[in-house]
Design a protein around this ligand. Structure first.
Ligand code: UDX
Length: 451
């Protein structure tokens, strides 16, 4: 894909304002930029990306909704619905501004928007701009979200506790408890978002950050339901030139600590950018990790422990025990961590980016999902790809110690590591020239060039 001046056109990206959504969108921007496109990012002011890390992109802000009480109350779905309602006019101003500034070979080729920023489709259409949807979650999640609408209509959700372990017939191996339902906020809001997102009206295509060899059958089902072409081009972090898309500062000192640990010995622990824990759960997690007698690298995001700033709530005794075996950081360079030879397992919340990053490095997982798509991903990791164990009980030190040793020490874990390595090799084939993701990416670029 050679770069040519006349192909140098502009793509306007509209990411959703969460780390797990910003990462794949900015990775897509880097991929398109390295293929000759200019990039403008129109972003919310809440969680806004740092322009200095992306000097090749232009950035335009949407109205400030960061004081919105829904974020403070943890109701992200209500916040997203509000963004969609409040920001259309400003988004159109941003598009118009870019159009006014465009040079002869720098016109807007298309708008690529996160699926949950669905107001972008209508805003683009009004200005006769082509648009493409980016789905940042797994294909299986999208099927499960769509199923929610029928399950609700048929009276199956909300479901009683007695049904939580029953399989959802059309979604096997997903059980009722794995459905992508909110833990905060209203079911009605989730269903409203799901139906808005499912309803593609004028977009030309859908991009998925997933891989054919992982989600072949889910992608085939989605393609049957959809009139426009799909481009599964994951894992996008493997195609994007290496650069950080973190909103928080990465603490690289953990890489030097990892250098001192032996191969496959370290369990990496991170519950992502949104999940919270209670003080009691953090203390149980800490003792479980210490008692497992495995070295551990643990990301404790500032503000992620309810009622605490950071780890000041841990006792002196516990902190001393942690420092003998473990290393705690506020935010890690996660992709480098997972690629480090010392890391042999990942205790994760199973956000889709973390899941892909772990699988791509052949690192088996302990799945501790909290909400929404994380439960679907956890189920696929543990019951479809067989590269992880589910930690389903309450967070309790004995359980944590046992599951860490099962993954890091026992035969069961060694088998998983072998399967993980095998899956990693299959994914590498999808990325290489002639592989499914590589082909999809080429076709996507051809499509955008031909607009
Ligand atoms: C959110 C939702 O929780 C998740 O269910 C959905 O799939 C995406 O949005 P998040 O908690 O941000 O996800 O998790 P994830 O999708 O895994 O994204 C987190 C990103 O932050 C990953 O790309 C990871 O590499 C990065 N990260 C995480 C760091 O760079 N450093 C860290 O210390 C932790």
């Amino acid at each position: 894909m050679e770069k040519q001046g006349k192909r140098r056109r502009r793509v306007v990206l509209v990411p959703a304002p969460f780390q797990g959504h910003i990462n794949p969108m900015l990775q897509l921007g880097s991929i398109l930029h390295s293929n000759g496109f200019s990039i403008t990012v129109v972003h919310a002011q809440y969680n806004s990306p740092n322009p200095s890390i992306h000097p090749d992109f232009s950035f335009l802000p949407l109205p400030d909704t960061s004081s919105d009480h829904n974020i403070l109350a943890g109701d992200l779905i209500a916040f997203v619905l509000q963004l969609n309602t409040n920001c259309k006019a400003r988004l159109q101003e941003c598009f118009a501004q870019v159009m006014r500034q465009q040079g002869p070979d720098d016109g807007i080729a298309c708008v690529v928007h996160d699926e949950i920023m669905y107001f972008s489709e209508a805003a683009a259409k009004d200005l006769k701009l082509p648009s493409i949807v980016l789905r940042t979650a797994s294909a299986a999640t999208f099927l499960a979200r769509n199923a929610l609408i029928n399950l609700k209509a048929e009276g199956h959700i909300p479901f009683p506790e007695s049904r939580s372990l029953d399989s959802v017939p059309e979604l096997i191996p997903i059980r009722f408890k794995d459905l992508p339902l909110p833990i905060f906020g209203k079911l009605e809001d989730t269903l409203q978002l799901v139906s808005k997102v499912a309803n593609i009206r004028t977009s030309l295509a859908i991009i998925y950050n997933t891989i054919d060899c992982l989600e072949n059958s889910s992608l085939a089902k989605l393609q049957q339901q959809c009139q426009v072409p799909s481009f599964p081009i994951g894992p996008m972090h493997s195609f994007a030139p290496a650069s950080s898309t973190s909103l928080l500062e990465e603490d690289n000192s953990c890489l030097a600590w990892l250098d001192q640990q032996s191969c496959n010995s370290v369990i990496y622990v991170s519950l992502g950018s949104i999940a919270f824990m209670d003080v009691k759960q953090v203390v149980e997690m800490a003792w479980g990790l210490v008692n497992s007698q495995q070295p551990f690298l643990w990301v404790v995001r500032p503000g992620s422990i309810r009622g605490a700033e950071w780890i000041e709530i841990l006792s002196k005794n516990l902190k001393e025990s942690i420092s003998e075996r473990g290393y705690i950081v506020k935010w890690a360079p996660q992709k480098e961590v997972l690629a480090h030879s010392a890391v042999g397992g990942f205790l994760s919340h199973c956000g889709w980016n973390s899941t892909l990053e772990s699988i791509c490095e052949g690192v088996p997982m302990i799945c501790r999902p909290s909400f929404e798509d994380q439960r679907v991903n956890a189920r696929y990791v543990s019951h479809v790809w067989n590269v992880g164990l589910e930690l389903e009980s309450e967070l309790e030190r004995g359980e944590i110690e046992r599951v860490v040793r099962r993954l890091m020490v026992d035969e069961e874990g060694k088998d998983m590591r072998k399967r993980g390595k095998n899956l990693k090799e299959r994914i590498e084939l999808c990325i290489k020239e002639g592989g499914s993701s590589n082909n999809s990416l080429n076709k996507l670029i051809e499509m955008i060039v031909s607009i």
